[in-house]
Write a protein that binds this ligand. Structure first.
Ligand SMILES: [Zn+2]
Length: 222
């Protein structure tokens, strides 16, 4: 069975009125895990840094689409800033992992605060079989964000950190998790950034001036 196709990220138009009223047209889900999908809600980190988690309704809808909330529920306005703070803490961990640098302690403190809000595990009987799940949370929105924090904690705190990537394309800042067997993925998506990079290098080869006979370093190349 083929996996459902995940739509690619749509590029933001050059003409864009910011701040956006809602960012939901610009969310994408290609990172491979919720912690990195959340980081990708700040678009174009390499230039305009466009906020796409724009208000309480965006937070609720993002969590629903991420599969962390069964339905959109009212979100307290202060949770918008809190969700963005969690996102930037995760990204600080991401950038440190990619650079092979120590994770900033402030980032760990923020993620840790959220991890503690996870819904406690619960064991229930379903048709005579015990099923491990989680208890109903008092605050489903906080518990859902805690689920993202837990994903970040697992990713940053294990060997999985070696599989965190930032897309190689200069005009893309997508973060993604490299789950490929060889672990050599360079682009957030082969169909978008990978393809554009191939076209660019092909064009560069075609327009490069032809090499003349005597090469400066005297080495003949194939
Ligand atoms: Zn990319």
């Amino acid at each position: 069975m083929s996996r459902p196709r995940i739509p690619l990220a749509k590029d933001l138009p050059e003409e864009l009125e910011v701040p956006l009223r809602t960012g939901r047209d610009w969310w994408y889900w290609t990172a491979g895990r919720p912690a990195l999908d959340l980081v990708n809600t700040l678009r174009e980190r390499w230039r305009r840094r466009v906020e796409c988690l724009c208000g309480p309704d965006d937070v609720a809808e993002w969590l629903r689409r991420a599969g962390l909330l069964a339905m959109p529920v009212p979100v307290a306005p202060e949770l918008v800033e809190a969700a963005r703070e969690l996102r930037e803490a995760i990204d600080a961990g991401v950038r440190a992992a990619v650079a092979g640098a120590p994770t900033p302690p402030e980032a760990v403190a923020v993620i840790d605060r959220w991890v503690a809000m996870s819904a406690p595990p619960a064991l229930t009987l379903v048709d005579g079989v015990p099923v491990l799940g989680s208890r109903d949370a008092d605050d489903p929105v906080r518990a859902a964000l805690a689920g993202v924090a837990l994903d970040a904690a697992r990713m940053l705190g294990t060997g999985e950190r070696d599989r965190i990537r930032v897309c190689d394309a200069p005009d893309c800042s997508a973060r993604f998790y490299d789950g490929s067997p060889a672990g050599r993925r360079r682009w957030c998506s082969m169909a978008a950034c990978g393809n554009r990079a191939k076209v660019r290098s092909h064009r560069a080869r075609r327009t490069a001036p032809p090499r003349t006979g005597g090469q400066a370093d005297g080495v003949s190349r194939p």
